[in-house]
Design a binder for this molecule. Structure first.
Ligand code: AMP
Length: 390
């Protein structure tokens, strides 16, 4: 199935094309038609499955179709409630990307920062609001936000809301929404309290479940290499001696880091290219084509640039730098092991990145086996070694 088969309007199809999306993910394929029929939905899906687009695309389409000229003062017609600032920002970015030709406006609000820029954009009028519960209630209390016109409500990551102790705030928000609305609940797992909540907030929901990321993650062979920062380039070129690394996507945190690595590898005689925001669209397309056609084995990317690139049959993902947001790790490694195929994910961890690795262990609920038999191994960085020495 292609996006063209999902009855999507032209401005959205055009934006998806720019993102490089051609084939909907399973949750998108199942959820988009149900949502366009104005039905309630329970989506059992985790981050990394494409769930954001699964709700953002139909929301944009329904709001655009309802008021194509977007006349009148903008009122919040869709509310997306999500537990963390990072998720809120990511969802906001998705609405920016998919909605850029619709003329609809959205904003993102979350706590821990000054409220002024957020209230200014609210005053200018938005159609879609993405919010974390605490700041939302705060700004409602200050009269900056009214939810009386909300037609579509999304409760994202229901189980995490529960884990993070936000469920009471979530219930308060729900009590402020109009009774007549379309409601979407996304949750990776369905603990009893979420089932109970679903019973009270949804009307005859359609249930859509996709293989959770954790099981995708489980089929990927993951390993971590503890290494000093200065040895990372040499470790990468060592790893690449293994010819079973057929096609690897290598993640760096910064554009500068990506360029530096390309130069180093070139000096080693390893052909590669980098894709990131400073490269022209043409240069990025060319790099991607060379990679897909296996003219180069290696593509260096930053997380932003890697979004939306669709490459089948990636044999390896290499985290040259460990991401500081654990969900990003899951996104990155989910680029291999697609369609039930096995894949390998290697992570290079230096002393400064150990805390990030711990967050990842927490998110995926397991430790990643360490590889010590390489020339640049620094076993003293291994958390278990440190603990053993104490
Ligand atoms: P999510 O589960 O919503 O966090 O999405 C996971 C990642 O997949 C994000 O980086 C999206 O940009 C990307 N993505 C979502 N849908 C598609 C698609 N149909 N094709 C390619 N990439 C996608």
């Amino acid at each position: 199935m292609k996006f063209e088969d999902l009855r999507l309007i032209e401005p959205i199809l055009r934006a998806l094309k720019t993102e490089g999306y051609t084939i909907p993910t399973p949750i998108q394929e199942k959820a988009i038609p149900v949502l366009l029929d104005h039905k309630d939905l329970i989506g059992c899906a985790q981050t990394g499955t494409g769930k954001t687009a699964a709700f953002a695309i139909p929301i944009l389409q329904m709001l655009k179709q309802e008021n194509p000229l977007l006349n009148g003062h903008r009122k919040i017609k869709s509310l997306i409630l999500t537990p963390t600032r990072e998720l809120a920002i990511q969802i906001g970015e998705s609405f920016t990307a998919y909605g850029k030709h619709t003329g609809l406006r959205h904003t993102v609000i979350f706590g821990g920062v000054t409220q002024h820029p957020q209230t200014e954009s609210l005053k200018a009028g938005v159609d879609i609001l993405i919010a974390t519960p605490g700041r939302l209630l705060d700004l409602i209390g200050q009269n900056f936000i009214h939810l009386t016109e909300v037609k579509i409500f999304v409760l994202d990551e229901g189980d995490r809301m529960l884990d993070m102790g936000f469920i009471h705030d979530v219930k308060k928000v729900i009590a402020l929404l109009p009774q007549k609305r379309q409601t979407l609940l996304f949750s990776a797992t369905m603990p009893p309290e979420i089932v109970k909540l679903a019973d009270t907030i949804l009307t005859s929901p359609v249930m859509v479940a996709v293989t959770p990321v954790s099981s995708t993650v489980d089929i990927i062979e993951q390993s971590v290499y503890f290494v000093d920062k200065k040895d990372k380039p040499a470790l990468l070129s060592h790893v690449l001696k293994d010819r079973s690394v057929l096609s690897a996507l290598v993640f760096t945190r910064t554009k500068y880091g990506a360029d530096k690595l390309v130069k180093y590898l070139k000096r080693q005689g390893i052909l590669t290219e980098a894709i990131h925001g400073n490269k022209s669209q043409n240069a990025r397309q060319r790099a991607l084509r060379n990679f897909k056609e296996r003219k180069i084995r290696l593509l260096i990317a930053t997380d932003i640039a890697a979004r939306g690139i669709d490459i089948d049959e990636l044999s390896h993902v290499i985290n040259y730098e460990i991401p500081n947001i654990p969900e990003t790790y899951v996104h990155r490694i989910g680029r291999t092991g697609r369609a039930g195929l096995g894949g390998k994910a290697l992570s290079f961890c230096d002393a400064d990145e150990k805390a990030y690795l711990r967050d990842i262990y927490k998110l995926i609920s397991k430790k990643i086996p360490a590889v010590d038999n390489h020339p640049f191994s620094n076993v003293s960085l291994r958390p278990d070694r440190i603990m053993a020495r104490r």
